[in-house]
Design a protein around this ligand. Structure first.
Ligand SMILES: Cc1ncc(COP(=O)(O)OP(=O)(O)O)c(N)n1
Ligand SMILES: Cc1ncsc1CCOP(=O)(O)O
Ligand SMILES: [Mg+2]
Length: 227
């Protein structure tokens, strides 16, 4: 599974991000639009743990049907319960080594990093990819801290002692994609630029085209199937 991961367009989402719509429907549309990876991030939504598990099961089975890797945010217990393809942890979450011990060697482990030092430690302790951000200002994560800009990606990319996939996250929309990719990211992770839009499919198509264009791939014609 690890080798097959495509980081181009990573949707991070929970029910709190979907403007009252069914998250399963939003995810389905985002998959139609060309997302390559999904993270279930249920935060302060008011769902009980039981409701979270139940929603996670529905999202997980959609990802399985549509062949999209399914990552769980923060909680190793939920990742195991849902037989997720991976777990994402930040600097205040389960330590990377312990997270790795819980999920085993085969599931993907993503780690948030803002600096070269955090990135280097994540690499040493068993991370498979880095989420670097917040790149731009974001209202989605009030505790995200000040934007670090695309330059942080360039610095981590250049100074990391061995290569690791990087996704930029935080305030990224179509206009911000090129800078993030040109700084050295393998892809972009977004919440509101897909889940907060009236047409999540169209939003995903446009983001995916922007990623491919910035990565130097030939831009497809309007309405192309980006997968
Ligand atoms: C891909 C990706 N990158 C970064 C984060 C942020 O993780 P964290 O800092 O732990 O913050 P929360 O998402 O838990 O609020 C992420 N979730 N995904
Ligand atoms: C989860 C997370 N981690 C750093 S910024 C952020 C929120 C990203 O949301 P948006 O794409 O809407 O700015
Ligand atoms: Mg976290």
């Amino acid at each position: 599974m690890k080798g097959a991961i495509r980081y181009s367009l990573y949707l991070v989402m929970g029910s709190q991000d979907c403007r009252g719509r069914d998250p399963v429907r939003v995810l389905d549309q985002a998959i139609d639009g060309g997302i390559t990876l999904f993270q279930f991030r249920e935060k302060n939504s008011g769902l009980t743990l039981r409701e979270t598990v139940s929603l996670g099961e529905r999202l997980r089975s959609l990802c399985r049907e549509r062949n999209i890797p399914f990552i769980v945010n923060d909680r190793a217990d939920l990742a195991l319960l849902l037989d997720a393809d991976g777990l994402h942890v930040g600097q205040d979450d389960l330590p990377v080594r312990q997270a790795r011990r819980l999920i085993g060697p085969h599931r993907l482990l993503g780690v948030s990093a803002e600096t070269v030092e955090e990135a280097e430690q994540a690499l040493r302790e068993g991370a498979d990819y880095l989420g670097v951000g917040p790149i731009y200002a974001t209202a989605t994560k009030p505790d995200a801290g000040k934007p670090i800009g695309p330059g942080a990606i360039a610095e981590i990319r250049q100074r990391l002692s061995s290569p690791l996939p990087i996704v930029g996250i935080g305030g990224i929309d179509v206009a911000g994609v090129a800078e993030v990719i040109r700084a050295g990211a393998d892809g972009v992770a977004v919440v509101s630029a897909i889940a907060g839009k009236p047409d999540p499919r169209k939003a995903a198509v446009e983001l995916r085209q922007a990623v491919e264009r910035a990565a130097g791939a030939a831009p497809g014609p309007a309405g192309f199937d980006p997968r």
